[in-house]
Write a protein that binds this ligand. Structure first.
Ligand SMILES: O=C(O)CCC(=O)C(=O)O
Ligand SMILES: [Fe+2]
Length: 289
């Protein structure tokens, strides 16, 4: 059985900076309209998205209820194929981002988050607590549990549609990274509490566990240099330090192209994020190496 989060030796630290794509926030303008439209297409149950059938409510042939994120999908697609990753700032309307952040913070305060594990199974939902490797608090979700708030559900839905659009672009050019289906494994909300919490260097998909694309949304308003919790990745021979800024989306290929680690948090700054992995059904069928 493969280790879903195989550790790597720490990377050499080299100062580096990252550029980010800035999205227009126009996508937020028509969100209520988008929700109404989705309700019409899918019925009242459309938020009850089941894993592995993410987009049963959204087919490329249906009218696009979320036109707003087509430019975002294009930007992420272009950056992924050129760089193996994409950074997109101002992902959603900031007010909605704050409400989403409040929901995630509340999950932490309610004690729903538990020690993150080093995964043993493909979805990474099982494994061992290894404080020498990973010291976050996290909660797994399908997305339809009663404790999943309205804004988190909206985020999941938006990310699902974004992922599908990215994949449609890859498919349309016959790109080798186009994947099969548009399912995801469990969604993860995390808090890396203040005081040096971290995750050592690893791959999300070291051994063909099916994870194709990792999409993280960071939720840390007022984050500043020195607060720690920077995501450090290395890809294409470039070291990349990604600050976990509020409303910043970071997407990357889950496989060995992008080893990454979470550098320790600072003394007084909890760090919040939501991570979603989209799965390649063809790779899942092949099974782990
Ligand atoms: O929160 C992050 O920036 C990354 C977390 C991570 O790499 C993981 O949970 O696999
Ligand atoms: Fe990771």
């Amino acid at each position: 059985m493969s280790n879903a989060n195989a550790p790597l030796p720490s990377q050499d630290a080299k100062p580096s900076s990252s550029t980010s794509l800035t999205a227009s926030t126009e996508n937020s303008v028509s969100e209520n309209a988008a929700e109404n439209q989705l309700s019409k297409i899918a019925g009242d149950d459309y938020y009850n998205i089941k894993p592995r059938q993410v987009l049963k409510f959204f087919k490329p042939t249906t009218p696009d209820p979320w036109d707003g994120n087509a430019p975002q999908a294009l930007m992420i697609f272009e950056s992924l194929i050129a760089n193996n990753y994409a950074i997109l700032d101002n992902f959603i309307d900031p007010e909605e981002g704050r409400l989403l952040r409040n929901e995630i913070q509340q999950l932490y305060r309610d004690g729903r988050m538990v020690d993150g594990k080093i995964g043993k199974n493909a979805a990474g939902t099982d494994g061992d607590v290894r404080p020498d490797m990973r010291t976050d608090k996290m909660v797994w979700m399908e997305g339809s549990e009663p404790f999943v708030g309205k804004y988190l559900k909206r985020h999941i839905l938006r990310a699902d549609i974004l992922a599908q659009k990215i994949n449609l672009l890859l498919e349309s050019m016959g790109h080798k990274d186009a994947w099969e289906g548009c399912s995801r494994c469990k969604i993860m909300a995390t808090c890396y509490p203040e005081g040096g919490k971290r995750y050592v260097a690893h791959y999300d998909n070291p051994n063909r566990n099916g994870r194709k694309l990792t999409i993280i949304l960071y939720l840390n308003e007022w984050w500043k240099e020195g607060d720690g919790g920077v995501l450090r990745a290395k890809t294409n021979g470039v070291q990349l330090d990604v600050a976990p800024l509020f409303n910043r989306l970071f997407a990357f290929w889950s496989d060995r192209r992008v080893p990454h680690e979470v550098l320790p948090t600072a003394a007084k700054r909890d760090r919040f994020a939501i991570t979603i992995w989209y799965m390649d059904d063809a790779e899942k069928r092949l099974g782990p190496l």
